[in-house]
Design a protein around this ligand. Sequence first.
Ligand code: FES
Length: 169
Amino acid sequence: MADEGKKDEAKKKENCTGSCEECSRRKFARFGLGAVAVAGAGSAVFGYQFLSPNALYEPSPIVDAGKPDRYPPDSVTPDLQSGIYIVHGAQGIYTLSAVCTHLGCLTAWKPELGIIACPCHGSKFHIDGVKFDGPAPRPLPWLKTWVDDDGNLQIDRSETLAQKQFVRI
Ligand code: FES
């Protein structure tokens, strides 16, 4: 009798089209497991973000500008990604911040006029950073510039100079 019951059960399974009670229970169980897995993954992502330090990683203020001979005499080389101008004047090389002292806009070198101009409110600066027009309250700051042991020009954007200093090459 028990064997016949098992045989009937096996036949039922063979002929099942997927709509019997057992099949729908299995589908429901698979759906439930899938939902639990998705919820677990979401919790893991949220937990990771919650536990990660909420810190802002800023790039180094030091810019490696390469060999000084990249900057020919009487040249102004803007590096707007770093927010600086590398100037090779008569007395040597120096670096100016390209950030306007009015409200912090990025200035632009105008080679045809030989000046640095701010597009926001019209401040204008000579190539030594001195302002001659517009609302900027201070000149463009000079930044600490030196040649390292490997002979590369280094600029520290976090250190402004109180006095003009030139790198002589
Ligand atoms: S931000 Fe440069 S003039 Fe206002």
